[in-house]
Design a protein around this ligand. Sequence first.
Ligand SMILES: [Zn+2]
Length: 109
Amino acid sequence: MALINCPECNKQVSEHAQTCPNCGFQIERYFYQKAREAKQKEQQETWNKKIAEREKQKQLRIKKFKKHKIKYILISVVSLALVVALIVGSVFLYNKLQTQIAIASCESK
Ligand SMILES: [Zn+2]
């Protein structure tokens, strides 16, 4: 049987004692509440850590995005320009082809 010190009078009492035989302090309840508070604190800390980690990740993502923002914009602009060039080129080629067909049909007459 292990002995603990009473939190109130500091005398040694059994760890299984509900109350201190010396001063009547409610030891069991005291340690129960203490354990519960410690658990709650631990949960709170775990939660806080999780939130902090998530916030850190978010900040890192924003930082990363800001760092590559110009790159992203450039890629977008280049892609857009390529698409536009493709469309314009297709229309141009189509018109040229139509003209050649028209010329060919005129020449064959
Ligand atoms: Zn006591």
